[in-house]
Design a binder for this molecule. Structure first.
Ligand SMILES: Cc1cc2nc3c(=O)[nH]c(=O)nc-3n(C[C@H](O)[C@H](O)[C@H](O)COP(=O)(O)OP(=O)(O)OC[C@H]3O[C@@H](n4cnc5c(N)ncnc54)[C@H](O)[C@@H]3O)c2cc1C
Length: 139
């Protein structure tokens, strides 16, 4: 059996390893840190769990790239889709980031009224394809 070495157990390394494994390779993953996940991992401090970086998972709607990848690995049923991905507190302002783009725009406009919010988010959506339009998940 061919052997594959994957360096780094971030989302990129872990998914690559899973695909190689699916193709029948023997895979060893080498990770320098004590935790899995890299920038999309988590850590515990004072008995609370914090995201190391990535908080939302865009592009997970059916038909989108991430969904297709997870589907091939048979893990699309292992997560819960959240309608409200996060609540952002800035001073006395509170913004809920919804899965639904319109509701997110309303939230931002309530806290920071500006016609540019919609233009910015719609342009970003066009640019990235899945930005703010994917679904947010919690594993
Ligand atoms: C603050 C922050 C917020 C983010 N928010 C989002 C978000 O909301 N949604 C989103 O989709 N993306 C977000 N991202 C981006 C996303 O986290 C990254 O694009 C993604 O996690 C990168 O994955 P990766 O596997 O390519 O790299 P990494 O996660 O960087 O993984 C690399 C791994 O390799 C290991 N490594 C490095 N060198 C070695 C070595 N020599 N030997 C062994 N192991 C090694 C590292 O320890 C690490 O575990 C965010 C990033 C940051 C920093």
């Amino acid at each position: 059996m061919k052997k594959i070495a994957v360096v780094g157990a971030g989302i990129g390394g872990v998914l690559s390893a899973a695909f190689f494994r699916k193709k029948g390779y023997h895979v060893d993953v080498f990770e320098k840190s004590n935790n899995l996940g890299g920038c999309s991992g988590s850590f515990v401090k004072n008995r609370r769990i914090y995201n190391a970086g990535a908080t939302t998972f865009a592009g997970i709607k059916e038909g989108y790239l991430i969904h297709k990848m997870l589907d091939q690995l048979n893990i699309t049923n292992d997560f819960e889709i959240l309608q409200e991905a996060m609540i952002i507190h800035i001073g006395d302002k509170r913004i809920v980031r919804h899965m639904d783009l319109e509701r997110t725009i309303e939230e931002i406009n309530k806290a920071y009224p500006s016609k540019k919010t919609r233009t910015f988010l719609e342009r970003s959506k066009g640019y990235n394809g899945v930005f703010l339009e994917g679904q947010y998940t919690s594993f």
